[in-house]
Ligand binder design. Structure first.
Ligand code: GLC
Ligand code: CA
Length: 560
């Protein structure tokens, strides 16, 4: 019999809700979401029942990458408000029994950060070694690495005739973590936020802070640049740095941490999120999300094929099984870097949208790990349509389009936009759909990015009081998790692993079993997992069932 093996922790029992402030709620009509907009909607989040908000970056930033390029870690972005607004939001969130987790972006800063402004001035500037500078090689870039946002990962700087590394945009120079002064600065800054009373950190691309010191060329796949991932992800000192961070900061506070771990393998995850707690609480991996974007790819990471359930299942089951007893996991479908799950893994046609959104929610929330909900996911918000590059706001899309369509003519504009419709990050960044008034109630001004035209059908106002809504289904899943330790701590065991339509598994704790089955297709399928005479149903997206059958997109979770 399986009994509790993990040390209990509040963040293992919590459900996290990610807010992308720019797109959440605009309180002053400038078309940009802001901190006061979040504060005004805390009642909504309390009603949903979530425990924690993960706040995408709100720090001072020139917004080359929507706040993931920080120019001052101890100040608030002008468009988002002031530090007083932040303090008020934090206090009010706590009064609503909601904790606040900050996004910690310390693999890189903005090129407008005071450290970088100094660093680029001269080779002997005291801040020079805060960043990664290299001499040209044969008059060119130090190696062939492609940045995550297209083009070379190196930028030539006239001032000193050297290149600096930027794994993301050229306005996001990578910090040099080998320099202990950099680590001191980061740890001081983290302590400053902890002292303010925040409740944790989501750590942006934290697996990338230690680079292979040889800086070798990477494999060239698209004929243009080389793949840097093997040399920047899970580098030689990453665990050492995180253990130091843990000793010097994290271990002093009762906070939660989750590392965004690009390129993480299961073996690496066991180290980052080890149960002894010497590094981080948990990590996000990308095998089921980014990993499946390449399905039928058009070019590099861009494709539009609907991923097949058995592929997704194999990945998620593998992580569930292998982390057991070794590391705590995180569960997510969506975030600000992913397309909308109902469009990607479900079916966003009007007749299937609600059913498939609920099915996917069940499938994820019954697994082991801490679940994350991305704003609007609880409403079944869908992908949008990009009719031209003018509709795109995301630097990743704009740069990829320039590289592959405009400059190198490797892909047609139509093909690229089709990829964007399927997997672009802007799908997640269209404004939160609050009601059916103009601009979905997001702003009284002109929104910074187009509202998804389906806001009249899909919005919070029409769902909060409707017992059959996607919103109330998520609310129920959250409540169930709070009430049923088996959902949090139960052992995961896969079922029906040969079935091409049904994703099924069970959880076990203290002699009880929770059986979960989800039909990922729009056809009825045979399923003999449930005996109608035993057990009690925790949740389902259908009111009635047919014996031996799962109806289209049917999901059931039964406690036996
Ligand atoms: C992470 C963020 C993403 C950002 C990138 C660079 O992947 O989630 O939005 O563009 O890091 O900071
Ligand atoms: Ca605003």
């Amino acid at each position: 019999m399986y009994t509790l093996s993990e040390k209990k922790a509040w963040w293992k029992e919590a459900v996290i809700y990610q807010v992308y402030p720019r797109s959440f709620a605009d309180s002053n009509g400038d078309g940009i979401g802001d901190i006061n907009g979040i504060t005004e909607h805390l009642d909504y989040l309390e009603k949903l029942g979530i425990d924690v908000i993960w706040l995408s970056p709100v720090y001072k930033s020139p917004n080359d990458d929507n706040g993931y390029d920080i120019s001052d870690y101890r100040d608030i972005m002008t468009e988002f408000g002031t530090m007083e607004d932040f303090d008020r939001m934090l206090k009010s969130a706590h009064e609503h029994h909601i904790r606040i987790v900050m996004d910690l972006v310390v693999n890189h800063t903005s090129d407008e950060h005071a450290w970088f402004v100094e660093s680029r001035k001269s080779k002997d500037n005291p801040y020079r070694d805060y960043y990664i500078w290299k001499e040209p090689k044969d008059g060119k870039e130090p190696n062939n690495w492609q940045s995550c946002f297209s083009g070379s990962a190196w930028q030539y700087d006239e001032e000193t005739g050297m290149y600096y590394l930027h794994c993301f945009s050229k306005k996001q120079p990578d910090l040099n973590w080998e320099n202990e002064k950099v680590r001191d600065e980061v740890f001081d800054m983290m302590t400053w936020w902890c002292e303010k009373g925040i409740d944790g950190f989501r750590m942006d691309v934290i697996s990338m802070i230690s680079k292979d010191p040889a800086y070798p060329d990477g494999e060239v796949r698209d004929g243009l640049y080389g793949d840097m991932n093997p040399f920047v992800c899970n580098g030689p000192h990453v665990h050492e740095y995180l253990q130091e961070m843990n000793r010097r900061v994290l271990s002093k506070y009762d906070i939660m941490t989750v590392g965004e771990a690009a390129g993480v393998t299961i073996d690496e995850a066991k180290k980052y999120a080890n149960l002894e707690g010497t590094e981080l609480g948990m990590v996000f991996h990308f095998e089921h999300t980014d990993g499946t974007k390449t399905a039928g790819n058009v070019i590099e990471k861009w494709g539009y094929e609907h991923p097949k359930m058995p592929v997704v299942r194999e990945i998620l089951n593998k992580w569930q099984i292998e982390l057991e007893g070794k590391a705590w996991g995180s569960l997510y479908w969506d975030n600000h870097d992913q397309p909308r799950v109902v469009s990607r893994f479900g079916n966003d046609a009007p007749e299937w949208r609600v059913l498939s959104a609920k099915m996917l929610a069940t499938c994820l929330h019954m697994m082991k790990g801490t679940p994350y909900i991305y704003q609007g996911e609880e409403l079944g918000m869908t992908n949008t349509h990009f009719s031209s590059i003018e509709d795109c706001r995301d630097i990743e899309e704009i740069n990829a389009y320039k590289q592959y369509v405009t400059d190198h003519k490797m892909v047609s504009s139509e093909e690229m936009l089709k990829c964007f419709d399927a997997v672009a990050r802007d799908n997640a960044r269209t404004p939160m759909q609050w009601d059916d008034s103009e601009n979905a109630g997001f702003t009284k001004g002109t929104p910074w990015i187009k509202v998804n035209p389906n806001y009249k059908e899909i919005n919070a106002a029409s769902q909060t009081d409707d017992p059959d809504s996607v919103f109330n289904y998520y609310k129920k899943l959250i409540k169930l998790r709070h009430e049923n330790p088996i959902m949090v701590y139960g052992l995961f065991k896969p079922l029906l692993t040969d079935n091409d339509a049904i994703y099924a598994y069970e959880r076990e704790l203290d002699g009880k079993r929770l059986v979960v089955a989800c039909n990922w297709t729009k056809e009825s399928r045979k399923c003999n997992l449930f005996d109608e005479t035993e057990g009690s149903e925790l949740i389902s997206n259908y009111d009635t069932h047919e014996k031996g059958i799962l109806k289209p997109y049917e999901a059931r979770a039964v406690l036996i």
